[in-house]
Write a protein that binds this ligand. Structure first.
Ligand SMILES: Nc1ncnc2c1ncn2[C@@H]1O[C@H](COP(=O)(O)OP(=O)(O)OP(=O)(O)O)[C@@H](O)[C@H]1O
Ligand SMILES: [Mg+2]
Length: 477
């Protein structure tokens, strides 16, 4: 319970801003100081007032007791009363002075014509027993009363009561001015705390904004150190760090450019090589085999025995199969239709071939390519991705159904290939050294596009590719 409250306070403390923390601490300190100071001072004043009242009561009583015989010995009660009234009016804390004779009768007092009856009975009761100062509770508050015997032949006594009314007023005034001073000091403290926190927090806020900029990849931010303290040192360290980041980013960018150029060269030379081999297969090997087949036709006609004709026929069949295989191989390597007729035609041809060669059902949907073609590098990129994805779906996924969707809209080409095969755990891609899917990614990256693959074992594979493609050459059919 206590621990959770502490944790909540800690959470709250850590969740508020630095500026609020500093100002809050100064306010809390001011309130605490003000309260402690007021309590201490009022306690001291209370003790001091009590001691002062007792002292005052005693000293006034002493003074009066010494003077009284001057009047009582000549029985001047009128003069005595005037003296008492005068003595009272000179001392603001004195509430009453009463002179009693040896039997306790009141001889003179400072009340005028209305002597309080409670005081009368109180004095009659106590004038002989009292020793020192007594504190009496009355309806006017506390009274410090001293009753002293008046000797020198008269044997009466004097009672003096003093009250703390005025002293308390003074005390209250003193505490009020003390609180006002504390308040003004606290206000000055808060003002300086606001100023100080602003001075501390302003460079920290700038540092925070700059750090966020660095996080976004803007490494050119340089901050001017405003002080030579820890914040200034932090600013200098930040500047060094961001310039280090900038250098590292530039080096990385340079390496990335080299890598991209290298990759582009590899891919284009690979494509050129494939094109060359495909043409060679078609033009050289295909033509030679076709001539061979024509020669065999002549030989077949000139053959003199049935057995010989059969052998020639078998050879012709063999050549025919080889020609088909060469045709398929050339198509797989680089279909000339891709360069001549464009992506849509090449994909249709490829899909037809796969349909024929395997029992896979391929649903193909191509939108937005009427009478226009993307640039050749994008066409090759998308063609190779489809080729690899379909190849994987058939070979690894044993898919029965593949759907292919290609759309060109608003300068963006989207390709979606989805199969219902066995799927696979995508973690394989983190460790595999095979190049199929990584190759797709590389090609898309070179085209400044995005590549996404989704799969789970038993759930098939979905590949989504997006590449920016401003219209390439328009062509008329
Ligand atoms: N459509 C798919 N269905 C099931 N598994 C797949 C599919 N596509 C890829 N895989 C899995 O992902 C692995 C990596 O595929 P990738 O195409 O990168 O390499 P590969 O086909 O094995 O070799 P390469 O393409 O380099 O000849 C494959 O070995 C296979 O296990
Ligand atoms: Mg593959």
């Amino acid at each position: 319970m206590f621990k959770s409250a502490l944790i909540r306070i800690q959470h709250f403390f850590f969740s508020i801003s630095l500026q609020a923390k500093i100002i809050g601490m100064v306010i809390a300190l001011s309130v605490f100081m003000g309260t402690v100071l007021s309590l201490q001072v009022s306690r001291f004043l209370n003790d001091h007032t009590r001691a002062f009242m007792a002292q005052e009561s005693r000293s006034v009583a002493n003074e009066i007791a010494h003077k009284i015989p001057d009047y009582t010995l000549i029985n001047d009660l009128y003069g005595l009363t005037r003296y008492l009234v005068n003595a009272k009016s000179n001392r603001r804390d004195v509430r009453y002075i009463v002179v009693l004779d040896r039997r306790g009768n009141i001889v003179a007092h400072t009340f005028g014509s209305h002597f309080p009856t409670e005081l009368d009975s109180h004095l009659r009761r106590t004038y002989r027993q009292q020793d020192g100062v007594q504190v009496i509770e009355t309806n006017e508050g506390l009274i410090w009363e001293t009753i002293l015997p008046v000797l020198q032949g008269w044997n009466g006594s004097v009672a003096v009561g003093v009250q703390d009314y005025f002293v308390r007023l003074d005390n209250r005034e003193f505490i009020r001015s003390l609180l006002l001073t504390t308040f003004l000091v606290a206000m000055a403290g808060i003002f300086f705390a606001v100023l100080l926190s602003w001075l501390i927090v302003r460079p920290i806020k700038k540092l925070l904004a700059a750090t966020n900029a660095v996080r976004r990849g803007e490494y050119t931010v340089v901050l001017e150190p405003v002080s030579r303290d820890e914040v200034g040192a932090l600013t200098l360290a930040f500047n060094e760090m961001s310039s280090g980041f900038q250098m590292a980013a530039e080096a990385r960018k340079e390496k990335e450019t080299i890598r991209r150029e290298f990759l582009q060269k590899i891919i284009s030379s690979q494509e050129n090589e494939r094109k060359r081999i495909a043409r060679e297969l078609h033009d050289q090997t295909g033509q030679s085999l076709t001539s061979l087949s024509i020669g065999l036709n002549l030989l077949e006609r000139m053959a003199c025995s049935q057995e010989m004709r059969q052998n020639i026929h078998q050879l012709k069949e063999h050549i025919k199969n080889e020609l088909e295989a060469i045709h398929d191989m050339a198509l797989e390597l680089r279909p000339s239709v891709l360069d001549d007729m464009g992506l849509e035609a090449a994909l249709s041809l490829y899909v037809d071939n796969v349909r024929k060669a395997s029992k896979v059902e391929i649903q193909q949907n191509i939108v937005g390519f009427q009478n226009r073609r993307p640039v050749s590098s994008i066409e090759t990129c998308l063609y190779r991705i489809v080729q690899e994805a379909v190849h994987n779906a058939v070979r690894h996924g044993r898919a029965r159904h593949i759907s292919l969707f290609l759309e060109w809209e608003n300068d963006i080409i989207r390709l979606l290939i989805d199969d219902d095969g066995r799927g696979f755990d995508l973690k394989i891609l983190e460790t595999t050294t095979r190049l199929g899917i990584h190759g797709m990614q590389e090609r898309v990256e070179l085209a400044d596009g995005s590549f996404r693959i989704e799969s789970e074992p038993g759930q098939g594979v979905m590949i989504v590719v997006t590449v920016p493609s401003p219209p390439g050459d328009d062509y008329e059919e």
